[in-house]
Design a protein around this ligand. Structure first.
Ligand SMILES: NC(=O)c1ccc[n+]([C@@H]2O[C@H](COP(=O)([O-])OP(=O)(O)OC[C@H]3O[C@@H](n4cnc5c(N)ncnc54)[C@H](OP(=O)(O)O)[C@@H]3O)[C@@H](O)[C@H]2O)c1
Length: 305
C-alpha cells in the first residue's frame, strides 16, 4: 500500500480542448490551485481562461511539456488521436512520469485504440469519460468513470474530486468508456421515448403536459426524462448536451453492438430520426430537440393521409 507521504501530488495539468466540458474542467482546476495550461484548436475559445490564471499554449506539445497530467476533452476519438499523435501532438512531448487522462466520450474501439497508442509510447493512461453535462461540469459535480493505472489512483483522486461528485474506479482499462456507452444508449432511448410519447399524446388530442405530469408521479418516471419532457414542451433547446454528441454516442453504441454480433433496433431507429433533426439545424441544440424529428414525421404522415 502507498503511504500518503509517498504520493507525489499533481501540481500542473494541461487541458487539451476547452469546449463546453473542457472549459469548466480547466476553470475548476484553477480554482482548486492547480497550475493549468490550456490548448484549444480555436484559440479564441480558450482565451477567457487566461483571466482565471491559465497559460494558453500554442500547441498540444507546448501545453504538455513538463506537466504531471494531461486531460483530453475533445469531440471524438479522431480528434483525440490527432491532438495526441498528429503533427505537434502531445504524446511526443510528455514527460516519463506524466499521466494521460482521457475524458472525451470516444466509445469502445477508439478507447482501445488510445490505450494501445499510449502503451506504444510508454505513457500511463487512464480512461475517464464523464456523466453529466455542462452544468455539472461547471459545478464540479460530474460522475467520473475511471479505469486503468491502478497505481496512480491515490495521486489522481484529489484531482477527480475537484471535477466530480464521485469517481467510479472500474476494474479493466476501457471499462469507463464501455459503461459510458451503455449509459448514453439508455439516455438516447429515454429521450426518443419521451419525444415520441409527447407527439403521440398530442395526436390523441391530449394536452402533452398531462402526460408529463402524470408520468412524473409514477414509478415510470426518471428525473432526466421528466426534465427533457418539460424542455420539449417549452421548446427550450439550450444545451445541455448537444444533439450531435448524443447522436455520435448512439452511433458508437450501435457500432459496438455490431462488433459483438448484436443489433440495437431502438438505437438504430432513433439514429435515423436524429439525423433528420440535425439536418434541420438542431445539431448544436440540446438533445431535447430530438422531438423535432417526431413532429416532422408525424406531420408528414398526417399530411400524406
Ligand atoms: N456537452 C456535454 O454535455 C457532455 C457531457 C458528457 C460528455 N461529453 C463528451 O465530452 C466531449 C467534449 O464535449 P463538449 O461538449 O465539450 O464538446 P464541444 O463543446 O463541442 O468541444 C469540442 C472540443 O473538441 C475540439 N475539437 C473538435 N474536433 C477537433 C479536431 N479535429 N482537432 C482538435 N480539436 C478538435 C473543439 O475545438 P474547437 O473549439 O476548435 O472546435 C473543442 O475544443 C465529447 O466527447 C462529448 O461527447 C459531453
Amino acid at each position: 500500500m502507498t503511504a500518503q507521504s509517498d504520493i507525489v501530488a499533481v501540481r500542473t495539468v494541461a487541458v487539451l480542448g476547452t469546449g463546453t466540458m473542457g472549459g469548466p474542467i480547466a476553470r475548476n482546476l484553477l480554482r482548486a490551485g492547480y497550475q493549468v495550461r490550456v490548448w484549444n484548436r480555436t484559440p479564441a475559445k480558450a482565451e477567457g481562461l487566461t483571466g482565471d490564471g491559465a497559460l494558453l499554449a500554442p500547441s498540444p506539445a507546448a501545453a504538455v511539456a513538463g506537466v504531471d497530467v494531461v486531460i483530453t476533452m475533445l469531440a471524438d476519438g479522431a480528434a483525440v488521436r490527432e491532438v495526441m499523435a498528429g503533427a505537434g501532438g502531445a504524446l511526443a512531448a510528455l514527460g516519463p512520469d506524466a499521466v494521460w487522462i482521457q475524458m472525451s466520450t470516444v466509445g469502445v474501439e477508439w478507447s482501445d485504440h488510445l490505450v494501445d497508442l499510449a502503451a506504444g509510447r510508454g505513457v500511463t493512461f487512464v480512461d475517464a469519460p464523464v456523466s453529466g453535462s455542462s452544468q455539472p461540469a461547471e459545478d464540479g459535480q460530474l460522475l467520473i468513470l475511471a479505469s486503468g493505472a491502478d497505481h496512480e489512483r491515490p495521486r489522481l483522486d484529489p484531482l477527480f474530486d475537484v471535477l466530480g461528485r464521485q469517481t467510479l474506479w472500474l476494474p479493466r482499462v476501457g471499462d469507463g468508456s464501455r459503461l459510458k456507452l451503455a449509459l448514453n444508449n439508455w439516455l438516447a432511448v429515454l429521450v426518443e421515448g419521451m419525444a415520441e410519447t409527447l407527439t403521440l399524446s398530442s395526436a390523441l388530442g391530449l394536452d402533452p403536459h398531462l402526460f408529463v405530469e402524470t408520468m412524473a408521479g409514477l414509478p415510470l418516471a426518471s428525473v432526466y426524462a421528466t426534465n427533457k419532457g418539460n424542455a420539449m414542451l417549452e421548446t427550450d433547446f439550450a444545451p445541455g448536451f448537444p444533439l450531435r454528441h448524443a447522436a455520435k454516442d448512439a452511433a458508437l453504441a450501435a457500432d459496438a453492438a455490431y462488433n459483438h454480433g448484436l443489433e440495437l433496433p431502438l438505437t438504430a431507429a432513433l439514429l435515423g430520426r436524429w439525423q433528420q433533426a440535425i439536418a434541420l439545424g438542431h445539431g448544436e441544440d440540446d438533445v431535447a430537440s430530438a422531438i423535432t424529428a417526431s413532429a416532422v414525421t408525424a406531420s408528414a404522415t398526417t399530411s400524406g393521409q
